[in-house]
Design a protein around this ligand. Structure first.
Ligand code: BES
Ligand code: MN
Ligand code: ZN
Length: 495
């Protein structure tokens, strides 16, 4: 974690390896002018050369003498009138990544530019906050399995110190630190390969979060049998790894809890309805919903949020085998409703409905939010840019949308028209677990809707966003930790 401090000194007085200087596009500012007086107009010369214009995320490094800093890292913010919280977050990530490449671990941030822009800023926090958030989020790598000492990324360290040059700061640092570490925690769980992230290991990890206000309980296969969770158990049948139904209860306030349900398939082969080999290795991320929920619970407990939460992670593998569920099998859920499993690869909704009905039955939550890598169709519809959101409660979804905009973990609402009900009709059971190819993003959610009753509910499909195939300004390739910041922000809004 980057060590953040605040110092009320001028740019030229900052003793640092790298002075980060955010500048607007074409914006040779007063701060630049003042600094240039000490460093022989080096900043002006860079602008004049045309090499650097201040375009968003553009960088240029100057080695200087005449000030206390060894280097100035010029960082483009883009046009002043287009500045958003997300753009600054990206700049923070960009700066952290750039300095890491140079092997520089100590820096100071000029906040001059942040103090000069207009009123239209879209963030709830100060610009500096988003910069720090971006830098902190970017300081994540997953290299636990790289044993080669010479490996490029292993020898480089991320920023250790960042001194903010400002008179004061009203940043909620504790909350930011807990949130960033929850995101990293969640990413680690997702990036860990399935042989080291079995349902048992996930359950053990959940147990480590136990504390004064947080109880963790694990239901074994036999407990789930007693509860009648036939849909969840049907998914677990093909695997030699025992399923673990993980329940976390956080008690920080009064009243009915919010229920968070995270899909936790530690590997999804598709089962007997086997997936194609191509890309199957990525199905370790089918527990990203559960990982996000665990990250949220960790932060919530650390921050002592004043509300009650129950989290349920129905963890299992989905594998083919001699005792695996067959397409066409009919099972009974905890609610008593029967399901025809027409496709064993539509397993997420099966484990989710038993988890949701369990939470409703024992905890009477005032709202249920499920988060799941549920459908390939989610990526087809939205790519990797937005979470697909559906639900039965406009107020709940409005609040989630607000948090999504603020955290840039964006959601896009899809409809749950009554007509979709017909897609899930079974000839043999109460309902079928697939609704055909067309509309499969929404029919998956509609299946869940059939089990939530009148409890306010929102569903977040993160299949497209939980894993990134490319490096982004503050999120590296691999697990993205999506949902963690969004849900923490949402929960804080309820306190
Ligand atoms: N875990 C997958 C969804 C998924 C696919 C997540 C690709 C991330 C990337 C889910 O269990 C699944 O297999 N869904 C099927 C449902 C289909 C059989 C109705 C799908 O979307 O193809
Ligand atoms: Mn599947
Ligand atoms: Zn799945």
């Amino acid at each position: 974690m980057i060590n953040i401090s605040i110092k009320n000194i001028a740019e030229q007085a900052a003793e640092t390896k790298a002075l980060i200087l955010p500048v607007f596009e074409g914006g040779y500012s007063d701060t630049c002018l003042k600094l240039d007086g000490f460093i022989d107009n080096r900043i002006k010369r860079v602008f004049d050369s045309g090499e650097f214009t201040g375009k968003h995320n553009q960088t240029s490094i100057l080695h200087v003498s005449g000030i206390k800093a060894d280097r100035v890292l010029m960082l483009g913010l883009g046009k002043k009138e287009n500045l958003t919280a997300e753009k600054i977050r990206q700049c923070g990530g960009k700066a952290a990544g750039f300095l890491r490449e140079l092997g520089v671990s100590d820096s100071a941030l000029s906040t001059g530019a942040f103090r000069t822009f207009g009123q239209s800023f879209d963030g709830q926090q100060s610009p500096t906050f988003y910069f720090v958030e971006g830098a902190m989020l970017a300081s994540y790598r997953f290299d636990r399995y790289r044993k080669n000492e010479n490996s490029d990324s292993k020898n480089k360290t991320f920023l250790k110190t960042l001194t903010i040059l400002d008179s004061s700061s009203d940043m909620p640092m504790e909350s930011l630190k807990s949130t960033v570490s929850a995101v990293a925690f969640s990413k680690d769980l997702v990036n860990t390969p399935s042989n080291d992230m079995t349902p048992s290991i996930l359950a053990k990890t959940a147990k480590t979060l136990s504390g004064k206000n947080l109880k963790v309980k694990i239901l074994e296969r036999k407990d789930a049998e007693k509860e009648g969770m036939g849909a969840y158990l049907a998914v677990a049948k093909g695997s030699a790894e025992p399923p673990k139904f993980i329940v976390l209860e956080y008690n920080g306030g009064k009243g009915a809890p919010i229920a968070l349900i995270g899909k936790s398939i530690t590997f999804d082969s598709g089962g007997i309805s086997l997936k194609p080999a191509d890309g199957m290795e990525k199905m370790k991320y089918d527990m990203a919903g559960g990982a996000a929920v665990l990250g949220v619970m960790k932060a919530v407990a650390e921050l002592g949020l004043k509300l009650n939460i129950v989290a349920v992670l129905p963890a299992t593998e989905n594998l083919p085998g001699g005792s695996a569920t067959r397409p066409g099998d009919i099972v009974s859920t905890i609610s008593g409703k029967t399901v025809e499993i027409a496709n064993t690869d539509a397993e997420g909704r099966l484990v989710l409905v038993d988890a949701i009905v369990y939470a409703r039955k024992y905890f009477k939550p005032k709202a249920v939010i499920d988060i799941a890598t549920l459908t390939g169709a989610c990526s087809v519809a939205l790519g990797s840019e937005a979470i697909a959101m559906m639900g039965n409660d406009d107020e709940l979804m409005r609040r989630l949308k607000k948090s999504a905009d603020e955290t840039y973990e964006r959601v896009w609402q899809m409809p749950l028209y009554e007509e979709y009900k017909d897609y899930l009709k079974s000839d043999t059971a109460d309902i079928k677990n697939i609704g055909g190819r067309n509309g499969s993003l929404v029919t998956a959610a509609y299946f869940i809707k059939e089990f939530v009753g009148d409890t306010p509910w929102a569903h977040l499909d993160i299949a497209g966003t939980a894993y990134s195939d490319k490096d982004r300004p503050y999120v590296s390739k691999g697990a993205t930790g999506i949902g963690v910041r969004l849900i923490i922000h949402f929960l804080k809004g309820l306190c």
